[in-house]
Design a protein around this ligand. Sequence first.
Ligand code: NAD
Length: 457
Amino acid sequence: MATSTKRKTKTASQSTKKDAVVKRGGSRRPTTTRQIISFKDRTIPISVFGNVMKQFDAAAAKLKLDGDLLDFIKVPRRSTIMNLPVKMDDGSHRMFEAYRVQHSIARGPAKGGIRYHPGVTLDEVQALASWMTWKCAVVNIPFGGGKGGIVCDPQALSIGELERLTRRYAADMIDLFGPDSDVPAPDVGTGPQVMAWFMDTYSMRHNHPVPGVVTGKPPTLGGSRGRVEATGRGVVLCVREAARHLGLHPSQCTASVQGFGNVGSISAKLLHEMGVKVTHVSDVNGALYNPDGLDITALLDFVGQHKTIVGFKGGKVIKPADVLNAKVDILVPAALENQITEKNAGRIRAKIIAEGANGPTTPEADAILDKHGVFVVPDILANAGGVTVSYFEWVQNRVGYFWTEEEVNRRLEEKMVLAFNDVLRTCKKYKVNMRIAAFILAITRVVEVVQLRGIHA
Ligand code: NAD
Protein backbone atom coordinates (compact mmCIF):
# COMPACT_ATOMS: atom_id res chain seq x y z
CA MET A 1 0.00 0.00 0.00
CA ALA A 2 3.05 2.16 -0.23
CA THR A 3 1.58 4.63 -2.67
CA SER A 4 -1.74 5.13 -0.93
CA THR A 5 -2.10 7.48 1.99
CA LYS A 6 -5.28 9.42 1.21
CA ARG A 7 -8.40 7.33 1.70
CA LYS A 8 -11.95 7.59 0.58
CA THR A 9 -14.30 8.21 3.48
CA LYS A 10 -16.97 6.04 1.81
CA THR A 11 -17.91 3.01 3.93
CA ALA A 12 -18.56 -0.42 2.56
CA SER A 13 -22.28 -0.01 2.94
CA GLN A 14 -22.03 2.45 0.08
CA SER A 15 -20.41 -0.08 -2.27
CA THR A 16 -22.19 -0.70 -5.54
CA LYS A 17 -24.44 -3.72 -5.68
CA LYS A 18 -23.44 -4.94 -9.11
CA ASP A 19 -20.20 -6.60 -8.00
CA ALA A 20 -21.57 -8.13 -4.84
CA VAL A 21 -22.31 -11.71 -4.00
CA VAL A 22 -21.16 -12.08 -0.42
CA LYS A 23 -21.52 -9.22 2.02
CA ARG A 24 -18.70 -9.46 4.49
CA GLY A 25 -16.14 -7.37 6.21
CA GLY A 26 -17.02 -3.85 5.14
CA SER A 27 -16.63 -4.85 1.52
CA ARG A 28 -18.35 -7.10 -0.92
CA ARG A 29 -16.63 -10.07 -2.44
CA PRO A 30 -16.64 -9.62 -6.21
CA THR A 31 -18.33 -12.28 -8.33
CA THR A 32 -15.05 -12.91 -10.12
CA THR A 33 -12.28 -12.97 -7.57
CA ARG A 34 -8.83 -13.29 -9.07
CA GLN A 35 -8.71 -16.92 -8.01
CA ILE A 36 -11.82 -18.08 -9.86
CA ILE A 37 -11.86 -18.98 -13.54
CA SER A 38 -15.20 -19.34 -15.30
CA PHE A 39 -15.62 -22.55 -17.26
CA LYS A 40 -18.92 -22.93 -19.09
CA ASP A 41 -21.57 -22.77 -16.37
CA ARG A 42 -19.25 -23.70 -13.53
CA THR A 43 -16.56 -21.84 -11.68
CA ILE A 44 -13.31 -23.63 -10.98
CA PRO A 45 -11.12 -22.20 -8.27
CA ILE A 46 -7.39 -22.26 -8.88
CA SER A 47 -6.20 -23.28 -5.44
CA VAL A 48 -3.17 -21.17 -4.64
CA PHE A 49 -2.22 -23.57 -1.87
CA GLY A 50 -2.66 -26.39 -4.41
CA ASN A 51 -0.06 -24.62 -6.57
CA VAL A 52 2.43 -24.58 -3.69
CA MET A 53 1.78 -28.27 -3.05
CA LYS A 54 2.61 -29.04 -6.68
CA GLN A 55 5.81 -26.99 -6.52
CA PHE A 56 6.78 -28.71 -3.26
CA ASP A 57 6.05 -32.18 -4.65
CA ALA A 58 8.09 -31.56 -7.81
CA ALA A 59 11.10 -30.58 -5.70
CA ALA A 60 10.60 -33.29 -3.07
CA ALA A 61 10.55 -35.92 -5.83
CA LYS A 62 14.19 -35.04 -6.56
CA LEU A 63 15.23 -35.64 -2.95
CA LYS A 64 15.42 -39.01 -1.30
CA LEU A 65 13.61 -38.10 1.88
CA ASP A 66 11.38 -39.91 4.31
CA GLY A 67 7.69 -39.47 3.35
CA ASP A 68 6.57 -38.80 6.95
CA LEU A 69 9.12 -36.03 7.26
CA LEU A 70 7.92 -34.46 4.03
CA ASP A 71 4.31 -34.63 5.25
CA PHE A 72 5.36 -32.90 8.46
CA ILE A 73 7.06 -29.93 6.76
CA LYS A 74 4.58 -29.57 3.89
CA VAL A 75 1.33 -28.57 5.61
CA PRO A 76 0.64 -25.54 7.85
CA ARG A 77 1.12 -26.17 11.58
CA ARG A 78 -1.68 -23.84 12.67
CA SER A 79 -4.45 -21.95 10.86
CA THR A 80 -6.61 -19.53 12.82
CA ILE A 81 -9.86 -18.03 11.54
CA MET A 82 -11.72 -15.33 13.46
CA ASN A 83 -14.63 -13.02 12.86
CA LEU A 84 -13.74 -9.56 14.11
CA PRO A 85 -16.47 -7.12 15.17
CA VAL A 86 -15.51 -3.56 14.28
CA LYS A 87 -17.34 -0.31 14.96
CA MET A 88 -17.81 1.68 11.76
CA ASP A 89 -17.87 5.48 11.53
CA ASP A 90 -21.66 5.52 11.23
CA GLY A 91 -22.01 3.75 14.59
CA SER A 92 -22.90 0.33 13.14
CA HIS A 93 -20.83 -2.82 13.72
CA ARG A 94 -19.53 -5.09 10.97
CA MET A 95 -17.94 -8.51 11.07
CA PHE A 96 -14.65 -9.01 9.24
CA GLU A 97 -13.30 -12.49 8.55
CA ALA A 98 -9.61 -12.70 9.45
CA TYR A 99 -6.87 -15.32 9.23
CA ARG A 100 -3.43 -16.06 10.59
CA VAL A 101 -1.57 -19.10 9.39
CA GLN A 102 1.69 -20.37 10.87
CA HIS A 103 3.08 -22.76 8.31
CA SER A 104 6.37 -23.55 10.03
CA ILE A 105 8.29 -22.59 13.16
CA ALA A 106 11.10 -25.09 12.60
CA ARG A 107 13.84 -22.57 11.72
CA GLY A 108 12.57 -19.69 13.88
CA PRO A 109 9.46 -17.59 14.58
CA ALA A 110 6.74 -17.61 11.92
CA LYS A 111 7.32 -14.60 9.67
CA GLY A 112 5.02 -13.08 7.11
CA GLY A 113 2.81 -10.20 6.10
CA ILE A 114 -0.80 -9.31 6.66
CA ARG A 115 -2.94 -8.78 3.56
CA TYR A 116 -6.03 -6.55 3.46
CA HIS A 117 -7.98 -7.40 0.31
CA PRO A 118 -11.60 -8.28 -0.57
CA GLY A 119 -10.48 -11.54 -2.21
CA VAL A 120 -8.42 -12.96 0.68
CA THR A 121 -9.19 -16.63 1.41
CA LEU A 122 -7.81 -19.20 3.83
CA ASP A 123 -6.44 -21.11 0.83
CA GLU A 124 -4.50 -18.05 -0.28
CA VAL A 125 -3.16 -17.28 3.20
CA GLN A 126 -2.03 -20.89 3.66
CA ALA A 127 -0.19 -20.67 0.35
CA LEU A 128 1.44 -17.36 1.24
CA ALA A 129 2.47 -18.71 4.68
CA SER A 130 3.98 -21.75 3.06
CA TRP A 131 5.95 -19.69 0.52
CA MET A 132 7.30 -17.67 3.47
CA THR A 133 8.80 -20.84 5.00
CA TRP A 134 10.60 -21.68 1.77
CA LYS A 135 11.58 -18.06 1.08
CA CYS A 136 13.20 -17.59 4.51
CA ALA A 137 15.10 -20.83 3.99
CA VAL A 138 16.29 -19.79 0.49
CA VAL A 139 17.87 -16.60 1.85
CA ASN A 140 18.93 -18.53 4.95
CA ILE A 141 17.43 -16.32 7.66
CA PRO A 142 16.26 -17.79 10.99
CA PHE A 143 12.51 -17.63 10.45
CA GLY A 144 9.68 -19.99 9.67
CA GLY A 145 6.69 -19.01 7.58
CA GLY A 146 3.44 -17.26 8.46
CA LYS A 147 0.86 -15.04 6.82
CA GLY A 148 -2.31 -13.22 7.77
CA GLY A 149 -5.20 -11.63 6.00
CA ILE A 150 -8.45 -9.79 6.53
CA VAL A 151 -11.31 -9.88 4.02
CA CYS A 152 -11.83 -6.16 3.50
CA ASP A 153 -11.38 -3.41 0.97
CA PRO A 154 -8.97 -1.00 2.66
CA GLN A 155 -9.73 1.71 0.09
CA ALA A 156 -13.38 1.66 1.17
CA LEU A 157 -12.57 2.12 4.87
CA SER A 158 -11.85 5.39 6.64
CA ILE A 159 -8.57 5.79 8.53
CA GLY A 160 -10.44 5.35 11.82
CA GLU A 161 -12.11 2.14 10.63
CA LEU A 162 -8.78 0.77 9.41
CA GLU A 163 -7.17 1.52 12.75
CA ARG A 164 -9.97 -0.15 14.74
CA LEU A 165 -9.88 -3.18 12.42
CA THR A 166 -6.11 -3.52 12.79
CA ARG A 167 -6.21 -3.16 16.58
CA ARG A 168 -9.01 -5.71 16.83
CA TYR A 169 -7.03 -8.18 14.73
CA ALA A 170 -3.89 -7.69 16.85
CA ALA A 171 -5.84 -7.89 20.13
CA ASP A 172 -8.02 -10.90 19.31
CA MET A 173 -5.10 -12.96 18.02
CA ILE A 174 -2.54 -11.59 20.49
CA ASP A 175 -1.51 -14.99 21.87
CA LEU A 176 -0.27 -16.02 18.43
CA PHE A 177 2.14 -13.11 18.05
CA GLY A 178 5.44 -12.13 19.63
CA PRO A 179 9.04 -11.41 18.60
CA ASP A 180 9.93 -15.05 19.35
CA SER A 181 6.78 -16.70 18.01
CA ASP A 182 5.18 -14.91 15.06
CA VAL A 183 6.22 -11.60 13.51
CA PRO A 184 3.91 -9.96 10.93
CA ALA A 185 4.86 -7.42 8.25
CA PRO A 186 3.10 -5.46 5.49
CA ASP A 187 1.66 -7.09 2.37
CA VAL A 188 -0.95 -6.02 -0.20
CA GLY A 189 -3.23 -3.37 1.31
CA THR A 190 -1.13 -2.78 4.44
CA GLY A 191 1.91 -0.62 5.12
CA PRO A 192 3.96 1.13 7.83
CA GLN A 193 0.94 2.81 9.49
CA VAL A 194 -0.90 -0.50 9.93
CA MET A 195 2.30 -1.97 11.43
CA ALA A 196 2.54 1.00 13.83
CA TRP A 197 -1.03 0.37 15.11
CA PHE A 198 -0.28 -3.33 15.42
CA MET A 199 2.92 -2.67 17.40
CA ASP A 200 1.10 -0.21 19.68
CA THR A 201 -1.78 -2.61 20.42
CA TYR A 202 0.61 -5.44 21.25
CA SER A 203 2.81 -3.14 23.35
CA MET A 204 -0.18 -1.77 25.33
CA ARG A 205 -1.13 -5.33 26.30
CA HIS A 206 2.42 -5.99 27.50
CA ASN A 207 2.86 -2.66 29.29
CA HIS A 208 6.10 -1.83 27.47
CA PRO A 209 7.14 -1.13 23.88
CA VAL A 210 7.75 -4.30 21.86
CA PRO A 211 9.03 -3.06 18.48
CA GLY A 212 10.21 -6.54 17.41
CA VAL A 213 6.66 -7.90 17.23
CA VAL A 214 6.24 -6.55 13.69
CA THR A 215 8.52 -5.37 10.91
CA GLY A 216 7.91 -2.79 8.21
CA LYS A 217 7.25 -0.13 10.87
CA PRO A 218 7.95 3.55 10.21
CA PRO A 219 11.67 4.22 10.94
CA THR A 220 10.84 6.55 13.86
CA LEU A 221 9.12 3.59 15.58
CA GLY A 222 12.02 1.19 15.13
CA GLY A 223 11.52 0.37 11.46
CA SER A 224 14.61 -0.36 9.41
CA ARG A 225 15.93 2.07 6.90
CA GLY A 226 15.57 0.61 3.43
CA ARG A 227 12.62 -1.69 4.32
CA VAL A 228 10.08 0.06 2.07
CA GLU A 229 12.38 -0.35 -0.96
CA ALA A 230 13.76 -3.76 0.04
CA THR A 231 11.49 -6.07 -1.94
CA GLY A 232 11.86 -4.10 -5.18
CA ARG A 233 15.61 -3.80 -4.56
CA GLY A 234 15.87 -7.57 -4.16
CA VAL A 235 13.88 -8.11 -7.37
CA VAL A 236 16.25 -5.85 -9.31
CA LEU A 237 19.35 -7.48 -7.81
CA CYS A 238 17.98 -10.80 -9.09
CA VAL A 239 17.35 -9.28 -12.52
CA ARG A 240 20.95 -8.03 -12.56
CA GLU A 241 22.30 -11.48 -11.63
CA ALA A 242 20.00 -13.23 -14.14
CA ALA A 243 21.05 -10.83 -16.91
CA ARG A 244 24.71 -11.49 -16.07
CA HIS A 245 24.08 -15.24 -16.19
CA LEU A 246 22.38 -14.94 -19.60
CA GLY A 247 24.96 -12.50 -21.01
CA LEU A 248 22.50 -9.57 -21.27
CA HIS A 249 23.43 -5.95 -20.54
CA PRO A 250 20.83 -4.02 -18.52
CA SER A 251 21.49 -0.87 -20.57
CA GLN A 252 20.32 -2.75 -23.68
CA CYS A 253 17.26 -4.29 -22.03
CA THR A 254 13.60 -3.33 -21.90
CA ALA A 255 11.16 -4.20 -19.12
CA SER A 256 7.48 -4.51 -18.36
CA VAL A 257 6.10 -4.28 -14.81
CA GLN A 258 2.66 -5.52 -13.74
CA GLY A 259 1.47 -3.79 -10.56
CA PHE A 260 2.64 -0.35 -9.44
CA GLY A 261 2.36 -0.60 -5.67
CA ASN A 262 5.25 -1.03 -3.28
CA VAL A 263 7.04 -3.82 -5.14
CA GLY A 264 6.19 -2.83 -8.72
CA SER A 265 6.93 0.88 -8.41
CA ILE A 266 10.27 0.38 -6.63
CA SER A 267 11.28 -2.36 -9.10
CA ALA A 268 10.46 -0.02 -12.00
CA LYS A 269 12.41 2.83 -10.38
CA LEU A 270 15.51 0.72 -9.72
CA LEU A 271 15.39 -0.95 -13.14
CA HIS A 272 15.24 2.54 -14.65
CA GLU A 273 18.22 3.61 -12.52
CA MET A 274 20.13 0.51 -13.68
CA GLY A 275 19.70 1.69 -17.28
CA VAL A 276 16.84 -0.62 -18.28
CA LYS A 277 14.15 0.99 -20.44
CA VAL A 278 10.80 0.38 -18.68
CA THR A 279 8.32 0.47 -21.56
CA HIS A 280 5.16 -1.07 -20.01
CA VAL A 281 3.49 -0.72 -16.59
CA SER A 282 0.06 -1.46 -15.18
CA ASP A 283 -1.94 -1.22 -12.00
CA VAL A 284 -5.42 -2.48 -11.10
CA ASN A 285 -6.97 0.44 -13.01
CA GLY A 286 -5.10 0.37 -16.32
CA ALA A 287 -1.89 -0.03 -18.31
CA LEU A 288 0.58 2.26 -20.11
CA TYR A 289 3.20 1.90 -22.84
CA ASN A 290 5.95 4.11 -24.15
CA PRO A 291 8.40 2.60 -26.70
CA ASP A 292 11.08 5.13 -25.68
CA GLY A 293 10.77 4.17 -22.02
CA LEU A 294 8.36 5.64 -19.48
CA ASP A 295 9.63 8.52 -17.38
CA ILE A 296 9.50 6.54 -14.13
CA THR A 297 10.42 9.50 -11.92
CA ALA A 298 7.53 11.55 -13.33
CA LEU A 299 5.21 8.54 -13.10
CA LEU A 300 6.09 8.02 -9.43
CA ASP A 301 5.28 11.69 -8.73
CA PHE A 302 1.99 11.30 -10.58
CA VAL A 303 1.05 8.16 -8.63
CA GLY A 304 2.03 9.92 -5.39
CA GLN A 305 -0.68 12.47 -6.12
CA HIS A 306 -3.35 10.43 -7.92
CA LYS A 307 -2.89 6.94 -6.38
CA THR A 308 -3.05 5.35 -9.84
CA ILE A 309 -1.09 5.37 -13.11
CA VAL A 310 -4.30 6.16 -15.01
CA GLY A 311 -4.26 9.71 -16.37
CA PHE A 312 -0.47 9.90 -16.71
CA LYS A 313 0.26 11.60 -20.03
CA GLY A 314 3.70 10.14 -20.68
CA GLY A 315 2.44 6.87 -22.17
CA LYS A 316 -0.18 5.37 -24.45
CA VAL A 317 -3.09 3.52 -22.81
CA ILE A 318 -2.94 -0.22 -23.59
CA LYS A 319 -4.80 -3.37 -22.56
CA PRO A 320 -3.61 -4.78 -19.18
CA ALA A 321 -2.93 -8.17 -20.85
CA ASP A 322 -0.36 -6.48 -23.12
CA VAL A 323 1.84 -5.83 -20.10
CA LEU A 324 2.37 -9.56 -19.61
CA ASN A 325 2.65 -10.31 -23.35
CA ALA A 326 4.98 -7.37 -24.06
CA LYS A 327 7.97 -7.88 -26.32
CA VAL A 328 10.54 -7.00 -23.66
CA ASP A 329 13.61 -8.64 -22.15
CA ILE A 330 12.45 -8.50 -18.54
CA LEU A 331 8.98 -9.04 -17.07
CA VAL A 332 8.25 -8.26 -13.43
CA PRO A 333 4.82 -9.47 -12.29
CA ALA A 334 4.31 -7.50 -9.05
CA ALA A 335 0.56 -7.67 -8.44
CA LEU A 336 -1.16 -10.86 -7.28
CA GLU A 337 -1.26 -14.64 -7.74
CA ASN A 338 -2.27 -16.67 -10.80
CA GLN A 339 -1.53 -13.98 -13.39
CA ILE A 340 0.53 -16.22 -15.71
CA THR A 341 -1.49 -19.34 -16.42
CA GLU A 342 -1.52 -21.99 -19.14
CA LYS A 343 -3.82 -19.63 -21.06
CA ASN A 344 -1.32 -16.80 -21.54
CA ALA A 345 2.11 -18.36 -20.79
CA GLY A 346 2.64 -19.24 -24.45
CA ARG A 347 2.31 -15.57 -25.41
CA ILE A 348 5.02 -14.34 -23.04
CA ARG A 349 8.04 -13.02 -24.91
CA ALA A 350 10.31 -11.88 -22.06
CA LYS A 351 13.66 -13.62 -21.61
CA ILE A 352 13.66 -13.12 -17.83
CA ILE A 353 10.70 -13.16 -15.46
CA ALA A 354 11.50 -11.89 -11.97
CA GLU A 355 8.53 -12.63 -9.73
CA GLY A 356 7.96 -9.62 -7.48
CA ALA A 357 4.53 -10.96 -6.53
CA ASN A 358 3.97 -14.17 -4.63
CA GLY A 359 2.66 -16.98 -6.82
CA PRO A 360 2.09 -15.06 -10.07
CA THR A 361 2.79 -18.18 -12.16
CA THR A 362 0.82 -21.44 -12.00
CA PRO A 363 2.68 -24.78 -12.24
CA GLU A 364 1.03 -25.42 -15.64
CA ALA A 365 2.34 -22.09 -16.93
CA ASP A 366 5.79 -22.92 -15.57
CA ALA A 367 5.96 -25.98 -17.82
CA ILE A 368 5.19 -23.81 -20.87
CA LEU A 369 7.72 -21.14 -19.90
CA ASP A 370 10.34 -23.87 -19.41
CA LYS A 371 9.65 -25.21 -22.88
CA HIS A 372 10.08 -21.72 -24.33
CA GLY A 373 13.37 -21.20 -22.48
CA VAL A 374 12.20 -18.31 -20.29
CA PHE A 375 14.50 -17.81 -17.29
CA VAL A 376 12.15 -17.48 -14.29
CA VAL A 377 13.53 -16.12 -11.03
CA PRO A 378 10.90 -17.56 -8.68
CA ASP A 379 9.06 -15.54 -6.05
CA ILE A 380 10.69 -17.34 -3.12
CA LEU A 381 14.01 -15.94 -4.34
CA ALA A 382 13.12 -12.80 -6.33
CA ASN A 383 10.94 -11.10 -3.70
CA ALA A 384 12.89 -12.30 -0.66
CA GLY A 385 14.52 -8.87 -0.24
CA GLY A 386 11.52 -7.72 1.81
CA VAL A 387 11.74 -10.43 4.42
CA THR A 388 15.53 -10.16 4.46
CA VAL A 389 15.35 -6.51 5.52
CA SER A 390 12.50 -7.42 7.88
CA TYR A 391 14.99 -9.81 9.47
CA PHE A 392 17.51 -6.94 9.69
CA GLU A 393 14.79 -4.83 11.33
CA TRP A 394 14.05 -7.57 13.88
CA VAL A 395 17.80 -7.86 14.64
CA GLN A 396 18.11 -4.08 15.05
CA ASN A 397 15.06 -4.04 17.36
CA ARG A 398 16.52 -6.77 19.55
CA VAL A 399 19.87 -5.01 19.83
CA GLY A 400 18.41 -1.49 20.00
CA TYR A 401 21.00 -0.16 17.57
CA PHE A 402 20.15 1.00 14.06
CA TRP A 403 22.08 0.73 10.83
CA THR A 404 22.45 3.28 8.05
CA GLU A 405 20.59 2.73 4.79
CA GLU A 406 23.90 2.00 3.06
CA GLU A 407 24.63 -0.72 5.62
CA VAL A 408 21.16 -2.26 5.13
CA ASN A 409 21.48 -2.19 1.34
CA ARG A 410 25.00 -3.64 1.41
CA ARG A 411 23.91 -6.56 3.60
CA LEU A 412 20.79 -7.08 1.47
CA GLU A 413 22.88 -7.27 -1.70
CA GLU A 414 25.22 -9.76 -0.06
CA LYS A 415 22.31 -12.03 0.98
CA MET A 416 20.47 -11.80 -2.35
CA VAL A 417 23.54 -12.51 -4.51
CA LEU A 418 24.50 -15.44 -2.29
CA ALA A 419 20.95 -16.87 -2.47
CA PHE A 420 20.78 -16.37 -6.25
CA ASN A 421 24.04 -18.28 -6.71
CA ASP A 422 22.98 -21.02 -4.25
CA VAL A 423 19.81 -21.54 -6.31
CA LEU A 424 21.64 -21.40 -9.63
CA ARG A 425 24.13 -24.02 -8.38
CA THR A 426 21.24 -26.26 -7.24
CA CYS A 427 19.59 -25.74 -10.61
CA LYS A 428 22.68 -27.06 -12.41
CA LYS A 429 23.24 -29.91 -9.93
CA TYR A 430 19.70 -31.31 -10.20
CA LYS A 431 19.07 -30.20 -13.82
CA VAL A 432 15.84 -28.45 -12.87
CA ASN A 433 14.49 -24.94 -13.35
CA MET A 434 15.14 -22.12 -10.88
CA ARG A 435 11.82 -22.60 -9.05
CA ILE A 436 12.30 -26.28 -8.35
CA ALA A 437 15.94 -25.57 -7.45
CA ALA A 438 14.85 -22.92 -4.93
CA PHE A 439 12.39 -25.40 -3.38
CA ILE A 440 15.06 -28.14 -3.27
CA LEU A 441 17.43 -25.79 -1.46
CA ALA A 442 14.73 -24.63 0.96
CA ILE A 443 13.38 -28.10 1.71
CA THR A 444 16.91 -29.36 2.35
CA ARG A 445 17.56 -26.54 4.82
CA VAL A 446 14.24 -27.05 6.66
CA VAL A 447 14.70 -30.83 6.80
CA GLU A 448 18.20 -30.45 8.23
CA VAL A 449 16.83 -28.42 11.14
CA VAL A 450 13.85 -30.72 11.73
CA GLN A 451 16.13 -33.77 11.79
CA LEU A 452 18.44 -32.12 14.31
CA ARG A 453 15.57 -30.99 16.54
CA GLY A 454 13.54 -34.18 16.16
CA ILE A 455 9.75 -34.31 16.28
CA HIS A 456 8.47 -33.96 19.85
CA ALA A 457 6.11 -36.81 20.64
P1 NAD B 1 0.55 -3.06 -3.07
O1 NAD B 1 -0.80 -3.12 -2.47
O2 NAD B 1 1.49 -1.98 -2.65
O3 NAD B 1 0.46 -3.01 -4.67
C1 NAD B 1 -0.25 -3.92 -5.44
C2 NAD B 1 -0.29 -3.34 -6.85
O4 NAD B 1 -0.86 -4.29 -7.73
C3 NAD B 1 -1.14 -2.08 -6.97
O5 NAD B 1 -0.51 -1.17 -7.85
C4 NAD B 1 -2.42 -2.58 -7.62
O6 NAD B 1 -3.09 -1.57 -8.34
C5 NAD B 1 -1.85 -3.64 -8.52
N1 NAD B 1 -2.79 -4.63 -9.00
C6 NAD B 1 -3.71 -5.34 -8.33
N2 NAD B 1 -4.37 -6.15 -9.16
C7 NAD B 1 -3.84 -5.95 -10.39
C8 NAD B 1 -4.07 -6.49 -11.67
N3 NAD B 1 -4.99 -7.41 -11.86
N4 NAD B 1 -3.32 -6.05 -12.72
C9 NAD B 1 -2.37 -5.12 -12.54
N5 NAD B 1 -2.09 -4.59 -11.35
C10 NAD B 1 -2.82 -4.99 -10.29
O7 NAD B 1 1.20 -4.50 -2.78
P2 NAD B 1 2.73 -4.89 -2.77
O8 NAD B 1 3.22 -4.84 -1.38
O9 NAD B 1 3.44 -4.17 -3.86
O10 NAD B 1 2.62 -6.44 -3.13
C11 NAD B 1 2.52 -6.90 -4.47
C12 NAD B 1 2.90 -8.36 -4.51
O11 NAD B 1 4.22 -8.52 -3.99
C13 NAD B 1 2.02 -9.31 -3.68
O12 NAD B 1 1.97 -10.56 -4.31
C14 NAD B 1 2.80 -9.44 -2.38
O13 NAD B 1 2.47 -10.61 -1.67
C15 NAD B 1 4.20 -9.47 -2.93
N6 NAD B 1 5.23 -9.15 -1.96
C16 NAD B 1 5.23 -7.96 -1.31
C17 NAD B 1 6.25 -7.68 -0.42
C18 NAD B 1 6.35 -6.36 0.28
O14 NAD B 1 7.36 -6.14 0.97
N7 NAD B 1 5.41 -5.45 0.13
C19 NAD B 1 7.25 -8.63 -0.16
C20 NAD B 1 7.23 -9.84 -0.87
C21 NAD B 1 6.22 -10.08 -1.76
